[in-house]
Design a protein around this ligand. Structure first.
Ligand SMILES: [Zn+2]
Length: 271
């Protein structure tokens, strides 16, 4: 009788144990880093029907609406040419791997410090020259710490950050673009720094005179901030006080007058 009771308790225990639930994991296709691969992993030999996977994918999307750094499942090629100053490049729209501006010149042509190390489109140079000169006359030092980045450089940069962060894509996607998604491929984007912080790149820039000067004046020379503070859920990136994109003086003034951030201003021209 005692044995039967023990067996019964044992059986109840087994039956009441929670079943091991399967997990949805996301891997990256090594040949196509933009493509998410959904894998249902419980038992590699156990294939679950696709309707279940579709349901899980839908649930995943529901619960991640506030994960602003994530890439959408569907990625498009940019609607406008990369040469167009108003082309929308973001997490949804990527530049073709074959796109590279044809008019790249050394940034030093504008007189900006450290310009010999970086390339920009020649169309940027006249207004950048004026901006750097005017800033200097007001006691503000500007230097360039990043300019044009090729598609291949973007692959290397993203992989570098991934390696430095133990493969944590969620973290890296908050600040580094995957290949084709970086505005730096346009040749019209500058990451600025200043001698106030020994030409370093990063958050320290926010508290410099140079940063304040740019936030008030850059648009007059055609440059606007791409990833402003408090708009992460729209831009998909953390605030970058140093990253400015050249869209031309008239467009920049029109953008400021519209009260829109760059991302929304460009969407109105590209969707
Ligand atoms: Zn940048």
């Amino acid at each position: 009788m005692k044995k039967v009771l023990i067996c019964l308790i044992f059986l109840i225990l087994i039956l009441s144990m929670p079943k091991k639930t399967a997990e949805l994991t996301i891997n990256w296709d090594t040949d196509n880093k933009d493509k998410k691969i959904y894998q249902w992993v419980e038992n590699p030999n156990n294939i679950i029907d696709t309707s279940t996977i579709a349901l899980v994918k839908a649930q995943k999307q529901d619960t991640t609406t506030n994960k602003w750094w994530e890439y959408p499942d569907v990625i498009y090629t940019t609607k406008r040419s990369g040469d167009d100053l108003l082309v929308l490049v973001n997490k949804q729209y990527k530049l073709p791997s074959s796109y590279a501006p044809r008019d790249l010149v050394k940034a030093s042509k504008s007189g900006i410090r450290k310009g010999e190390n970086y390339y920009l489109r020649s169309i940027v140079i006249p207004d950048l020259t004026k901006m750097v000169t005017d800033a200097k006359s007001e006691g503000v030092d500007l230097c360039i710490v990043s300019g044009y980045r090729s598609y291949q450089t973007q692959i290397d940069t993203y992989n570098y950050w991934l390696k430095m962060n133990n493969g944590n894509t969620s973290l890296v996607d908050t600040f580094s673009a995957r290949a084709g998604h970086s505005q730096h491929q346009l040749g019209t984007v500058i990451d600025f720094s200043t001698n106030e912080i020994n030409e370093k790149l990063g958050d320290e820039f926010s508290n410099t005179k140079a940063s304040k000067w740019l936030s008030q004046n850059a648009f007059k020379y055609g440059f606007v901030i791409s990833y402003p503070k408090g708009h992460e859920n729209i831009t998909g990136y953390k605030h970058e006080s140093w990253h400015y994109r050249y869209i031309g003086v008239e467009n920049a003034k029109s953008m400021i007058n519209s009260g829109k951030i760059l991302e929304l201003y460009l969407r109105s021209y590209n969707l």
